[in-house]
Ligand binder design. Structure first.
Ligand code: HEM
Length: 398
């Protein structure tokens, strides 16, 4: 395959990128996509090398880069989180990165999450009950996958239950605006949320209450400015909400397409965790993310110049036959399964435990309340080379 034949924005590739990834991985594992001014990395081993070598592959681009051709610059496929001078965890390199990460980590320990578990079970049960009651109108995205992560994150932030609906509206406005490109100076209708965060962060600084906002507020002690504290709040929403929604919808699609896997899961519920891991590998919610080279380097037999934009394709690496036997099969009992859907190296997803827990809780509620689930029609997919999931997923439940 020639790099010119691979277009990450081609609607057919966006609908199903896996055969195009396979062709690239086999013949051009580090492909220079000239039209898009980027190097795409599709092999597992190369992807892990990039993610772990922070001195050569910087995270400075964060999620700010976009994919577009010279003739048709793209919008809606990248998040412009970068405002010069404002440090966001995902867009920093060591040693600065460790300082921010260490400050935020206390909110994501096992103990912090155990405190959320019963709330998650209640919420999942209520949402799945609602889904079942919808009957022929049931939409797994709208009724379960979209609300679950927002409400869980709202609780973590310490937003009172009476404000959860309002918070959901703010989040949907902010993520929609980020999809359109965000320069960080104004988020239009999302301003209400920023005002709320600013006010609550100030309160938590004088009276911490153990929630996520208190943890973030305390990060001013390690030198984060007020603007940076707000930026971490917005980034956590961006990082934690849509990704988990996508994983939930991708998992349901995979179970629907693979009746034997669904059957096996219903008969052997101890496979719940490994089914979630397989969904992460098989149809990764984050398909790709950015790095940039700090100096000229060799990768996969190619010579990359300094300041090259590198797109690490997690979705392709997770289907690499050199790492995963039968990579295109969805096997709920796959073991080992060392996918990199949560990344690898110093930026490894800080919310992975939370996301796994949420998805397992939802899956359990779903298996308990149904004897069958399948997609009604094809649903509607996201259309981005960066994130992959559904934005509507009608289902039939038995
Ligand atoms: C299925 C759901 C999720 C997926 C697939 C996912 C994926 C990822 C990936 C691939 C990275 C690595 C980024 C890089 O190397 O540049 C990452 C980082 C991160 N994720 Fe997640 N994520 C998920 C859920 C969450 C949740 C629920 C949260 C928090 C509420 C979260 C917060 C973060 C943060 C803060 C980082 C940056 C860590 C750092 O830079 O050190 N993620 N995530």
């Amino acid at each position: 395959m020639s790099a010119a034949l691979f277009d990450p924005l081609d609607p057919a590739t966006l609908a199903d990128p896996y055969s195009a990834y396979a062709a690239l991985r086999a013949s051009l594992p580090v492909a220079h996509l000239q039209d898009h001014d980027l190097w795409m990395v599709t092999r597992y081993e190369d992807a892990v090398h990039v993610l772990r070598n922070t001195e050569t592959f910087s995270s400075a681009l964060g999620m700010s880069a976009t994919i577009g051709s010279h003739s048709a610059p793209a919008t809606g496929v990248g998040y412009r989180m970068g405002v010069s001078g404002v440090r966001v965890i995902i867009a920093t390199d060591p040693p600065e990165h460790q300082v921010i990460r260490r400050a935020i980590r206390p909110a994501f320990t096992r103990q912090s999450l155990v405190a959320l578990e019963s709330m998650m079970h209640e919420l999942a049960d209520e949402l799945v009950r609602g889904l079942v009651e919808r009957g022929a109108e049931a939409d797994f995205y709208r009724d379960v996958a979209e609300p679950m992560p927002v409400v869980v994150l709202a609780s973590m932030f310490g937003v009172p239950a009476s404000m959860h609906e309002e918070f959901r509206r703010w989040v949907s406005v902010v993520t929609a605006e980020l999809d359109q490109g965000f320069d960080g100076h104004g988020v239009g209708r999302g301003l209400d949320m920023l005002r709320y965060f600013r006010r609550e962060l100030a309160k938590r600084r004088t009276a911490p209450s153990g929630d996520l906002l208190s943890v973030i507020a305390a990060a001013s002690d390690v030198g984060l400015s007020d603007h940076e504290l707000l930026a971490q709040c917005v980034f956590l929403l961006v990082a934690g909400v849509e990704t988990t929604t996508n994983l939930l919808t991708n998992l349901i699609a995979a179970l629907s397409e693979h009746p034997e896997a669904q059957d096996s899961l219903r008969r052997h519920p101890h496979l719940l965790s490994s089914a979630v891991e397989e969904a992460l590998r098989y149809d990764s919610p984050v398909q790709a993310l950015w790095r940039s080279t700090t100096r000229p380097t060799e990768l996969g037999g190619e010579s990359l110049p300094a300041n090259a934009r590198v797109l690490v394709a997690f979705g392709a690496a997770n289907r690499d036959p050199a790492r995963f036997p039968d990579p295109d099969r969805f096997l709920v009992n796959r073991s080992p399964n060392d996918h990199i859907a949560f990344g690898s190296g110093p930026h490894l997803c800080i919310g992975s435990r939370l996301a796994r827990m949420e998805v397992k809780v939802v899956l359990k509620a779903l298996l308990d309340r149904t004897s069958w689930i399948s997609l009604r029609g094809a649903g509607t997919r996201t259309r981005s080379p960066i994130v992959r999931g559904f934005v509507s997923e009608p289902v039939v439940l038995g």
